[in-house]
Design a protein around this ligand. Sequence first.
Ligand code: SF4
Ligand code: SF4
Length: 356
Amino acid sequence: MSEVRMPIESGVPEMEPYLHPVLKNNYGQWAYHERPRPGVLHHVAKSGDSIWTVRAGTQRQMDVYTIRKLMDIADEFAEGYVRFTIRSNIEYMVSEESKVQPLIDKLESEGFPIGGTGPSVSMISHTQGWLHCDIPGTDASGAVKALMDDLYDEFTKEEMPNRVRITTSCCQINCGGQGDIAINIQHTKPPKIDHTQVANVCERPSVVARCPVAAIRPAMVNGKPSLEVDEKKCICCGACFPPCPPMQINDPEHSKFAIWVGGKNSNARSKPTFHKLVAAGVPNNPPRWPEVSTVVKQILSAYKEDAKDWERIGEWAERIGWPKFFEKTGLPFTKYHIDNWRGSRNNLNASAHIRF
Ligand code: SF4
Ligand code: SF4
């Protein structure tokens, strides 16, 4: 009797069995593609085969009932094949044009907007948040849902100068990544230490090694081994909190949002860029985060009005100059925008050893 092979529970599965047959038969053999309307792509293969893709927005973190609903739509209206984009949009593939409109009607009637293609604001890519991660300072998926509700029209229409990619991150580690607009948590006070717990929970050498500016030292507090933070050095990055939860840095008042602009991964037209800080100290205000929406809408409306066709937000800001960017968006330029930190030369923890 052959041994039963156990499933491998890491990594993505081989995609080929899940490809729509038209995609499988024409893999790598496409002649051209077009966008007949926002949210719909039409690919034509060299063989003459055609396939239409309908893209709908989702809230990314979905309950099982929503996923079943989306799969039922795939079976009934879309030949049973779907895929998710890296920004959590769902895409349905159909091989006949006559199936496109009924599929769109069904998705819209169930509350899923059609769009996110071409020069639109596509779905915001966000980090895991409270569902999977142990260090968030806010609810990334909630902030995204609230913001996309406000940007609904910019998702369903292609009216931006070029595509707009927004990201959010719920701590300063920023696993949401670079974006045309990035919305990140920003801690503004050093961690408060619960000395009664440190010895029980934290591996002190790992915590000391984790700090990028060497601000943490071992210390005896009330006769117990604990840690202390040199608050003059601390840059409030939050890196000590994951390995040592008693170093509490999340704070309802002092953990704010910071908004950054101009990040770009692609090297089309200009090289990839890091984003730059444009708004600091924005309140972390659940459940709708209205102050974040206001800043994002200010940036988008100035960009839409002033940028040339095909300019990404960062390219537009570089062309007009950052002083003009602040003028046109109406965002205040404050002392927080001046990068005056000179600490790295003396105390940046720049050793090559791996830290966990
Ligand atoms: S951004 Fe930070 S808190 Fe949020 S999921 Fe990533 S690592 Fe976790
Ligand atoms: S790891 Fe970051 S938050 Fe913690 S003490 Fe060091 S600089 Fe401050």
